[in-house]
Design a protein around this ligand. Structure first.
Ligand SMILES: Cc1cc2nc3c(=O)[nH]c(=O)nc-3n(C[C@H](O)[C@H](O)[C@H](O)COP(=O)(O)OP(=O)(O)OC[C@H]3O[C@@H](n4cnc5c(N)ncnc54)[C@H](O)[C@@H]3O)c2cc1C
Length: 512
């Protein structure tokens, strides 16, 4: 019998969650395998709204430009009345970029393109997806997870130090781990979804019609000649999708016969499941993304929440593999499970709002952009200031442009980009503290002073020329912040002492 193949991390499922996790591990040189049951990448547009916070993750991975080039902001919704009149609405109205928020609104872009961008990044980092490879079984003990994979009729046994289930709402892995997925199936919320070509209609709008029978919508998918088709279904309607059924629903609900659908690349029946796990970890295995939480597409949160799960777990897993105390991994569930519960509540409220107001999509608010998500209650959020300003440890680290060093200009996201921690010391007198942190953890953290008087000209001494950084972080006195690799403020102090900062970093990174 073949010997089990060892790997550091086995990731099951190469949707957006698994792909982000694989990139996060690969760029920290953690050997991982990413397997997916499908024979090839998905071509489904599914999660077509990428939120600003996810764009920041893509920025950190160095691929946001590809997403921006392949998507569109502020595509207006065009609602048609029964008499054929229409009115237009930008459901993202008012959401624009600001100095602290570089990506101000939701990007309309098909999920398959986001996945493609992540796959390319993974390839650049030396990784790949093993398609047609299905996890069938797993056991674990204190030292490893043993997984059985099936590939083209051949089974393989893998020994992994850690396993992460990113295998979607129907997760086999979650089932094998014995994790409950509690919640409900809303039989009243069902629809057909698919990707089709459509003639007789323009691509400038997301077209939507609502009748007593239900709604039908065609959203143009940027960078393609396709539309995402959506049509609500009665609870007792047949659930087999077909182009003929899509066309018949469009004709009936739009009261038009000039829009012709063709060339479907994906057709699916969807019903609302609102469910989540009660734990994110069993021994050496974790769940992430849809495997941990599912809800309605109202608000466009699912893919984005999975991306954030992976972004939260990746650096912690890599740190523990490099020798950091494994207690760090407990903070994954501590931080992400409350977010899943919050997202389920929010998307339910948006779904109810859409139903009562008879809209097609709810106007987006600051919450749906995922920028306000914070981990203030986490043990990794250490707020040592007696009177912090509006921005606390545990909050998302805002961006700030206009940081000058000699002839160069930076924005904070430039400094954060990469797998490291970032120390920002505002004001004077931090040199000794910084020297001690660099001596012990210099491989894991990059340190910068901002507006330090008499600072020597160096790339580590920055001038907040337009005051964006001080404003964005609400800084009014000398302050030192440590930003986590996933872009959250972990530690904040006014005190010029190295010990608390050193013990904070030691929870997350090894010594030199
Ligand atoms: C109509 C619709 C609209 C949506 N709109 C949005 C939106 O605007 N914004 C948003 O954020 N989200 C949206 N979503 C949700 C989004 O598509 C999902 O939340 C997202 O795909 C979850 O990503 P994931 O990687 O966790 O799981 P998935 O994308 O489901 O990937 C799981 C992968 O695991 C693989 N797999 C399963 N079992 C196994 C196994 N045993 N072994 C190996 N591999 C396995 C599967 O083949 C699959 O590739 C929408 C969904 C739908 C249906």
């Amino acid at each position: 019998m073949a010997q089990p193949v060892p790997t550091a991390v086995l990731i099951v499922g190469a949707g957006p969650t698994g792909l982000v996790l694989a990139c996060e591990l690969a760029r920290r040189n953690v050997a991982c395998r990413l397997v997916d049951a499908m024979p090839q990448p998905s071509v489904a547009s599914r999660g077509k709204g990428t939120q600003p916070r996810s764009l920041e993750v893509l920025d950190d991975l160095g691929v946001v430009d590809k997403a921006l080039a392949g998507g569109r902001f502020h595509v207006p919704l065009r609602f048609y009345d029964a008499d054929g009149n229409h009115h237009d609405q930008d459901i993202h109205e008012g959401h624009q970029s600001r100095p602290d928020v570089p990506y101000g609104s939701t990007l309309l872009i098909p999920q398959w393109r986001i996945e493609g961008i992540l796959r390319e990044r993974l390839a650049e980092l030396g990784g790949c997806v093993e398609y047609a490879t299905t996890l069938q079984d797993l056991t674990q003990d204190e030292t490893a997870v043993t997984a059985t994979l099936l590939h083209e009729g051949v089974t393989e046994t893998v020994h992994a130090n850690w396993l992460v289930a990113c295998d979607g709402g129907r997760s086999t892995t979650r089932h094998l781990l014995g994790i409950a997925f509690t919640g409900e199936t809303l039989e009243t919320h069902r629809m057909f979804v698919g990707d089709v070509k459509a003639s007789g209609i323009d691509r400038e709008f997301w077209h939507a019609w609502r009748t007593d029978e239900g709604f039908v919508a065609l959203a143009p998918l940027p960078g393609t000649d396709m539309y995402q088709f959506q049509a609500s279904l009665h609870p007792d309607a047949p659930t087999e999708p077909s182009l003929a059924v899509f066309q018949q629903m469009l004709d009936a609900r739009s009261n038009r016969s000039d829009i012709r659908l063709s060339d479907p690349t994906w057709m699916s029946f969807w019903r609302a499941n609102v469910r989540m796990v009660d734990r994110y970890r069993v021994g050496r295995a974790f769940v992430a993304g849809d495997a941990a939480h599912v809800h309605s597409p109202a608000g466009g949160q699912g893919m984005n929440t999975g991306i954030q799960d992976a972004y939260n777990l990746g650096w912690k897993l890599a740190a523990v593999m490099s020798g950091v105390d494994s207690a760090l991994l407990d903070t994954y569930e501590e931080e992400r499970l409350p977010i899943a519960a919050w997202v389920l509540g929010m998307s339910n409220a948006l779904l109810a709002n859409v139903a009562t107001t008879k809209q097609i999509a709810a106007p987006r608010n600051a919450e749906t952009l995922q920028l306000g998500i914070n981990y203030r209650n986490s043990r990794l959020a250490q707020e040592h200031r007696e009177t912090p300003g509006a921005v606390h440890a545990g909050d998302r680290a805002p961006d700030a442009p206009g940081l000058r060093s000699g002839d160069h200009q930076y924005r904070l996201l430039d400094l954060f980009r990469g797998p490291h921690f970032t120390l920002l010391a505002f004001g004077a007198g931090w040199d000794d503290v910084i020297a001690q942190i660099e001596t012990r953890h210099g491989h894991a953290i990059k340190c910068f002073t901002i507006d330090a008087p008499n600072a020597k000209e160096s790339t580590h001494a920055l001038l907040d020329a337009e005051g964006h950084a001080a404003r964005g972080y609400d800084i009014h006195s000398d302050t030192m912040l440590i930003i986590r690799p996933d872009g959250y403020i972990g530690f904040a102090t006014n005190e010029k002492a190295a010990a608390p900062a050193l013990s904070y970093v030691a929870m997350c990174a090894t010594d030199q």
